[in-house]
Design a protein around this ligand. Structure first.
Ligand SMILES: Cc1ncc(COP(=O)(O)O)c(C=O)c1O
Length: 433
């Protein structure tokens, strides 16, 4: 039964307050469209509730971190107990060290780890580390790739102009224009072009940073392998941004799933169990440069944050990883992803709607186009307006996935949730015509 969400007075009043005091009435990159502008108050398992009491099946799950679902009992219990022991020391704690060990044992490229407070900071530190370690100034990123909003990352994430590779377009006012010469931009999955760019710029190129599963696009066979080989041959570090994919698409992340091991990787989201987190991992040889004792020798790469490795975050993260490590987790997540994709595909076929149903494991999305999606430009040629309308119509019917977002599936999503979502998708797609 497809229900209807009624945006009530409580949401409207709070939304007006937010509009007055918070630029764009959003805490993040995008606000909700007016029609579904809602304020949330509670989450449990696969569900969230707004301040008017409307219930939604949630596929945002905090932008990905809540891979066990909202307020997982083991995480809540562990955090409550830990809170009683004090929440912040700015020193090593037992639980932070144990979380480091767990991550290092799981992630193929990891021999050592430094925490940050966000994925943003993690990519910032990884790129600085790459420049410090190699002594070279440039980085290469992919058009449409998101690594946060800092000055080296905010290039050609959502370019509006035509491509002018390898020159990028700043995503924001205030990004230093000098960095336009330091950040090279290439189309994802274009092996020949990227490899020739790496070779051409090898004497100045510190790192190639890439989301190995690129937003919602799988790497073409051989693409990551070619990046690995060419960076290695050219003395350029390969950085996998696994803020999304780490502990989500496989226990050891995309590097385990795709069998390509980078030099450095950035992590976030899942490893914090719903609390602010980020991390850089890599071999001791490179990570060692983050040791403050090297400062007098002039070989130190600086990173610090008051809350880095915070014990509450580490407790939630360690509890989450302990749950994820239980046998069958990743098979179950993958089966859920396949079930949702199959359902979406059947609906699109039934309604004769050209669509690409994409994903990897428990990350799913639909783009309305009959063109194969291989990179940012092909993504942008899909029917964006239809995608937006369908998202809004789904929210109105109780499935929360904001326009422009992906469907993140958690361990808490049941087959019944997924099937209900497919029914609501069908109703939304009909309504969006
Ligand atoms: C691939 C990727 N890298 C980095 C980030 C930035 O992480 P955070 O939002 O925790 O700063 C994100 C955030 O969504 C991301 O998707």
């Amino acid at each position: 039964m497809v229900k209807s969400v009624v945006r009530g007075q409580a949401s409207k009043e709070l939304w007006e307050m937010a509009r007055e005091f918070i630029p764009g009435a959003t805490l993040h990159l995008r606000g909700l469209p007016d029609e579904v502008a809602t304020v949330f108050v509670r989450g449990k398992g696969s569900r969230i509730w707004d301040v008017d009491g409307n219930e939604y099946i949630d596929y945002l799950i905090g932008a990905g971190p809540l891979i066990l679902g909202h307020a997982h009992p083991a995480v809540v219990q562990a955090v409550k107990e830990r809170l009683e022991m004090g929440s912040q020391f700015y020193q090593l704690t037992d639980v932070a060290i144990r979380l480091v060990k767990k991550i290092v044992e799981a992630v193929p490229c990891a021999e050592a780890l430094k925490f940050t407070n966000s994925g943003n900071e993690a990519t910032y530190v990884a790129l600085r580390l790459a420049r410090g370690y190699t002594g070279k100034p440039k980085i290469l990123k992919f058009e449409g790739g998101y690594h946060g909003s800092h000055d080296y990352a905010a290039w050609s994430t959502t370019p509006s102009g035509p491509p002018n590779y390898p020159k990028g377009e700043p995503d924001s006012d205030g990004v230093p224009s000098v960095l336009g010469d330091r950040v090279l931009v290439a189309p994802f999955n274009n092996t020949d072009y990227v490899c020739s760019l790496i070779r051409q710029h090898k004497d100045e190129l510190a790192a190639v940073i890439v989301e190995p599963f690129f937003r919602i696009i799988k790497p073409k066979p051989g693409f990551l392998e070619a990046l690995r080989q060419n960076t290695k041959e050219c003395g350029v570090l390969l950085v996998f941004d696994e803020v999304v994919t780490g502990f989500r698409i496989a226990w050891g992340g995309a590097q385990e799933l795709y069998g390509v091991v980078p030099d450095l990787a950035t992590l976030g989201k899942a490893i914090g169990g719903g609390f602010p987190v980020g991390a850089v991992v890599g071999p001791k040889e490179i990570m060692g440069r983050l040791d403050p004792a090297l400062k007098p020798q002039g070989r130190y790469v600086m990173t610090s944050g008051t809350f880095s490795g915070n014990p509450i975050t580490a407790t939630a993260g360690l509890t989450t990883l302990n749950e994820l490590e239980k046998p069958g987790t990743y098979d179950a997540l993958r089966r859920s992803g396949e079930r949702l994709k199959k359902g979406f595909k059947q609906v699109c076929d039934l309604l004769e709607t050209p669509a690409q149903v994409l994903g990897e494991g428990p990350i799913v999305d639909i783009l309305f186009t009959d063109e194969e999606i291989v990179d940012y430009r092909s993504t942008m040629r899909a029917d964006q307006e239809k995608g937006r309308r369908v998202s809004i119509e789904m929210i109105k019917r109780g499935v929360f996935r904001p326009p422009g977002g992906k469907f993140y599936i958690s361990k808490a999503h049941t087959d019944a949730d997924l099937d209900e979502t497919v029914n609501i998708f069908e109703a939304a797609l009909r309504a969006a015509y």
